[in-house]
Design a protein around this ligand. Sequence first.
Ligand code: UDP
Length: 482
Amino acid sequence: MIDARDDNGELPVEPSEHEFASALSILNADGDQPKLLVPAVVGTRPEAIKMLPVILAMKQSELVEPIVVSTGQHHHMVEEIFEEAEIGTHVHLWAGADRASLTERVSTVMRRFNDFLLEWFGPRPSDDDVAGEILAGRYPAAVLVHGDTSSAMSAALAAFHMRIPVMHVEAGLRTGGSILSPFPEELNRQVITCIATMHFAPTFTNLENLVRENVPVGQIFVTGNTGIDALRWAAGLQTPFVDDSVQALVDDPSKRIVVVTAHRRENWGEGLKSIAEGVGRLADRFEDVHFVVPLHPNPRVREELGTPLASRTNVLLTEPLEYTSFARLLGRCDLVITDSGGIQEEAPSLNKPVLVMRDSTERGEGVDAGTLLLVGTDPTQIEDEAAKLLSDPAAYAAVAGATNPYGDGFAAERIVSAMEFLLTGKSPPVPFGSGFNRREIGAASGLHLREYLERVTGDESTSSEHAELDAREQFASGSWPP
Ligand code: UDP
């Protein structure tokens, strides 16, 4: 049996037979030139955060229209983030929460995403008709997925089965080691790479990872990371904290604050216990420093990380913070200790040093740039590295002052103008690091898209090998990233 309970343990209503069919009429209803429909799939909190600026930019577009699909993996956290950004979810797949087994989740998302596509758009039109149906806003032009979750991988595979082109945001992250770490994300992202025909890579290193796996360079576009776009938006809101104790800490400029988050599946068990031990020792050693630990809803995380730290007066265990409050806390804190992926990109853009509690990271550029220090889960290593930063101002300044390689806050804009160019021939976007080849993507996405591109624009021009060459030159000369 599938456990469809969400991250608050509530059992959602199963979708009724025709639930998915209801909302199509709200799109393309005003009689204007129809927009091209692009379902954007979101399962977890980090996906919601990083897709948020892309969805907002698509809403602003005159050419493409997002259909927001929430798989239900982190239902409440996703809804909370979307509410803050006034994004309505069109479709809920209710595919179950973290305690569902991976196979259950993957099969449920695939089946329900497939049902949604069929109920909204019907079976894939014939090769002769598909271009017209896409242009009329009756069949999806592409499906947009993000990152490396089971939701993203399952939706991508279901879209592929219906021969709908898949575009991948945050493509090309690799730890360079085993497919078991991070588990199951490292494999998910590699599977999505095989399926997608348009890869939005945050950095040039991500592009190189993809090229190393034989992804044609003409199908990759370097954009910067959309998480930085989201953080800029969120940190500007100065959202008040629901928890009064956190608010009091943040409001008192004399308090030093360390933010700790840990929840990765590969750290469950021994890893989380070691992390709790390391953070506990630090809290005992630095009594004047306050450790704020937003606990992931997963019950194992709560028990293995939360319980051992609960008795210390300078450790504040909280519920997960709303994203915009968390962004504010990141801006206010002194140090971040985490096993999270997204936070490794976010905190350095607010000049906060990050200790990464993993053995390897797919954010190698941050380690190279000096914004991230890889400490693993050994308690002594966590204690020693954090103690150095908390007591040696020069060591602190060196890490806090390093330049964040993850973006300039305009990734979503680039992604949407790349989509517009690809799908409609509108003028190409200015690349962050590398251009892409429109004709190649059309061909890789299937005959129907190539026919469609010819029909829309009568033009098969490429986005410019020149842009890519320029970027390589800039990269070599040290003037890229900007
Ligand atoms: N985050 C949040 N509230 C919290 C802790 C984290 O909104 O209490 C945000 C954080 O800003 C980042 C994202 O959640 O954007 C990271 O999520 P997580 O650590 O769950 O996943 P990962 O990035 O490792 O995939």
